[in-house]
Design a protein around this ligand. Structure first.
Ligand code: ZN
Length: 93
């Protein structure tokens, strides 16, 4: 499994569960996934907006996140997610 370092975007987006639902439809999930943060074991409740860290790719992605990971807006909060979990925001809009 290839993991990518990401951090939360301060998008101010309140789409909430709408983004998780769209992610699940896109990925053909019929059960709620776990948080994509590979060091977290919570169930996802949000489709979190993230951006890759230290990467020339500055596009916005959606990944399933739990409330704790999604709401941590600390700029130093960086975490790894499976590359396969990243879905381009523009693919879900
Ligand atoms: Zn989490």
């Amino acid at each position: 499994m290839s993991a990518v370092k990401v951090k939360n975007l301060h998008s101010g987006d309140t789409g909430g569960k709408g983004w998780l639902r769209r992610w699940m439809e896109y990925k053909d999930y019929d059960t709620v996934p776990f948080c994509s943060n590979i060091s977290c074991i919570n169930e996802a409740v949000h489709g979190g907006h993230v951006i890759k860290v230290g990467n020339a790719d500055k596009r916005r992605y959606i990944v399933p996140l739990c409330a704790d990971c999604n709401e941590n807006k600390d700029d130093s909060f960086e975490f790894y997610v499976p590359e396969d979990d990243l879905v381009l925001l523009t693919d879900l809009s």
